[in-house]
Ligand binder design. Structure first.
Ligand code: IMJ
Length: 258
């Protein structure tokens, strides 16, 4: 049998909330490719979910709390990581939040506080986590963040999240520039609309998903599992000279003009 592409690698996974999470789909694929993983959880509400999901990999379950908007929690999460491993090879950022009203009210009414929270949790956190992760990537590494097309085109109601994802994509390029000399790559996956907790609460999400299903060149399903293979590719040496990029994994929807 050929060796698994991530055999012996260690990954950090931020953003699993439940079994439908994009972070969980990519974590499973990284695990199947041979990686050992350490998970965060955001709040006690999802701790049990993450615990149960991580336990499906066997009894060596590594998870710790980390609210990415809290510097002290980030710091203690990485203290925990350093008790588990002396090297990290990849990190997945699959975390976003904007106050609910900012995703339904007109964009022009976005409050200073909603703008701050959206950018802090959805974009700044990538910089903070990259800064903590990079020193552990002693043999190079791969940092991966999740984004969405609403960063470059107007998608109804995406609003301040679109602005925050634009900041995240730009941050990806600046991080790729800084960290390249340590052989650390930084890329984004721009996923088509996916059936997750983060989409569930969105008014009109079902209609937006069927819109894409009806038009994308490939038959897009909206399942997180669609992203798994690209997650493995971007973490593996197959993508060794790919950095600073936004890869569209959306069934080809992004190429359409009409
Ligand atoms: C979100 C809003 C509007 C349109 C949307 C989305 N479309 C898609 C999403 C078409 C696919 C989901 N998405 C890509 C996100 O990044 C969602 C982020 C998000 C979701 C919520 C819901 C609950 C809440 N705050 C949120 N913050 C960010 O209170």
């Amino acid at each position: 049998m050929s060796e698994k592409v991530l055999e012996g690698k260690v990954g950090l996974v931020f953003g699993v909330a439940n079994k439908r999470s994009i972070a969980w789909a990519i974590a499973q694929a990284w695990h199947e490719a041979g990686a050992k993983l350490i998970f965060n959880y955001q709040g006690e509400r999802v701790k049990e979910n993450v615990e149960e999901l991580a336990a499906t990999f066997g009894d060596d379950v590594s998870l710790a709390p980390c609210d990415v908007s809290n510097d002290e929690e980030i710091s203690s999460f990485f203290d925990f990581v350093r008790t588990k491993t002396d090297r990290v090879d990849m990190m997945l950022h699959s975390v976003a939040f904007a106050p609910k009203e900012s995703l339904s009210e007109p964009f022009v009414s976005t409050s200073r506080e909603a703008f701050r929270v959206a950018h802090d949790i959805s974009a700044y956190s990538l910089i903070a986590l990259a800064r903590e992760t990079a020193p552990l990537m002693t043999e190079g590494g791969s940092i991966l963040a999740m984004t969405y097309y609403g960063s470059v085109k107007v998608i109804p109601n995406y609003n301040v999240m679109g602005v925050a994802k634009a900041a995240l994509e730009s941050s990806t390029r600046y991080l790729a520039y800084d960290l390249g000399k340590q052989n650390i790559r930084v890329n984004c996956i721009s996923a088509g609309p996916t059936n997750t907790l983060a989409a569930r609460g969105i008014a009109g999400f079902g209609g937006m998903l069927s819109h894409v299903k009806e038009r994308a060149p490939l038959p897009w399903t909206g399942d997180s599992s669609a992203l798994a293979g690209t997650g493995v590719y971007l973490a593996s040496p197959a993508s060794q000279f790919v950095t600073g990029q936004v890869l569209y994994v959306d069934g080809g929807y992004e190429i359409l003009g009409m």
